[in-house]
Design a binder for this molecule. Structure first.
Ligand code: DGL
Length: 270
């Protein structure tokens, strides 16, 4: 049994960490497409090609179920993959839905019509590709009415995190929060719509102010995966080993991952 976790780089490790805590006995195969990160500045066809390649590699590693721990791939490629690419016995799940279910106070899989919810003003921070896809607003509209979403494309933040330049990442986050606040001065909630951003969550919270509730995906995705596997026990794949695969330089990616997760992580070439 093994579950695959896919991201363009280090950001999906925030999801991997939460899943490893929630399902400690589950082998996890992680794929970081570091050679092609960031995805957030690529077009949809390019993101689709890279994502299907990475997910195929995780099928080979013995996973039947892959989590796209990447909002950009979830926004730009997942629907197309589900329509025509994923074999019948495999599953690929994105990271938007658990977050939107939490924001709209829904139970998992509640497909009732959209309704009014408590939060009215929501700030969305995401990559340029995720923002321009409007996938978050589309998923939200299936579940809630009357929510005003202001999206801020956070150019440069993923590159700075991948390069380990956290001083630059912090400066960029603060300037993106300022830009958002000029458009929406008083958001009630903020969504970190990129799995890299929880690595900067304290900076987002500090720049937004303590009164803004900041939602990030890692724990929500881990809970929803645990629930999914209880309902679909046949989706545990045949793989038995945890592994960390990268298309980039394994030594550099291992160092970045070790710094972020504060435990030794060894990547190998994908
Ligand atoms: N961590 C990813 C996301 O959630 C990808 C960011 C990128 O590669 O630009 O969107």
């Amino acid at each position: 049994m093994a579950v695959g976790i896919f991201d363009s780089g280090l950001g999906g490790l925030t999801v991997l960490d939460a899943v490893a805590k929630r399902l400690p006995d589950m082998p996890l195969a992680y794929y970081a497409d570091s050679a092609h990160a960031p995805y957030g500045v690529r077009d949809a066809d390019d993101i689709y090609d890279l994502t299907t390649k990475g997910v195929s590699r995780l099928w080979e590693a013995g996973c039947d179920l892959v989590i796209l721990a990447c909002n950009t791939a979830s926004a730009a490629a997942l629907r197309r993959m589900q329509e025509s690419w994923i074999p019948r016995e495999k599953r690929v799940l994105g990271v938007f839905v658990p977050l939107i279910e939490a924001l709209t106070e829904r139970q998992w899989g509640d497909n009732s019509p959209p309704r009014e919810v408590a939060v009215k003003h929501v700030a969305l921070f995401a990559t340029p590709a995720t923002v321009s896809s409007r996938a978050f607003q589309r998923e939200l509209a299936f579940r809630a009415i009357g929510v005003d979403v202001e999206a801020q494309a956070c150019g440069g933040v993923v590159d700075a995190i991948e390069d380990g330049d956290l001083i630059l990442a912090e400066a960029l986050v603060r300037s993106h929060v300022d830009a958002l606040k000029r458009k929406m001065p008083n958001p009630e909630a903020a969504i970190l719509g990129c799995t890299h951003y929880p690595l900067m969550q304290d900076v987002f919270q500090d720049a937004l102010g303590a009164e803004v509730e900041v939602y990030s995906q890692a724990n929500l995705v881990a809970e929803s995966l645990a629930d999914y596997l209880t309902r679909h026990p046949n989706m545990y794949g045949s793989g038995t080993e945890s592994m960390f695969l990268t298309t980039g330089d394994p030594a550099k990616v291992s160092n970045g991952a070790t710094q972020f997760l504060r435990r030794r992580i060894e990547f190998v070439k994908a």
